[in-house]
Design a protein around this ligand. Sequence first.
Ligand code: ADP
Length: 254
Amino acid sequence: MTVPALEVDGLRHGYGGNRLALEGVGFRVMPGAFTCLLGPNGAGKSTLFALATGLLRPTAGQVRIHGHDIVQASGDALAGLGVVFQQPTLDLDLTVLQNLRYFAALHGIGRRDADRRIESELTRLSLFERRGEKIRALNGGHRRRVEIARALLHRPTLLLLDEPTVGLDIPARRTLIRHVHALCAEDGIAVLWATHLIDEIDPATDHVVVLHRGRVRASGPVAVVNAEAGCANVAESFDRLTAANPAADMEVAA
Ligand code: ADP
């Protein structure tokens, strides 16, 4: 049986207010699948990312990366995980190459190996020629591509991206989406791509997890989610599944 690249089970998290940020969240991402974590602002996407990367500890529930629990076996879990956070974290005054070499060193990758991997990732992102330029000189789309290259240097099998296209123009968004789909199809990498933009979903191939007010409202291949919601397309399904429903808000147990 294939082990899921990401398995989230009964996940709950609260920040101390009167509403939980996540409650009973469960879904799977299988190897090679491009899965969109779809939810409006405040749905709980960033909280889920913080839990999946071990930055926060869940109040209840588990996150397993290739079967390794992020709390109980964090070293093994993190070894298989690449992350592109919403806020860019490149050093603007270092070159592309310096940023990538620094990250590789943090992962204990030797210089020769690192340079080989950097060349291969930058080449497929059409950025190898720009390796000597400072990040500051690159536009937003190119910076994002460097972050994706960086997230892949330690050869993860699961890639998490938190709203990676924020602030990018349409051509840069398309390039990024195409590249990440190719990673799934060609390398078998599993992807969880958080977004609130419906048009980033490819209905023919992608899976979706619709998150709303901290709960999973639907998950699966786009066609299945549409059929279950009784809708013709993902935009309609999203509107229906995320319609205001204050009665469904969960209160923190007294
Ligand atoms: P999204 O990424 O989908 O916009 P978040 O995970 O940021 O959603 O937020 C989910 C809920 O948790 C929201 O109600 C938000 O206000 C709340 N929240 C997020 N971060 C914090 C925090 N650090 N402290 C208190 N509440 C938070």
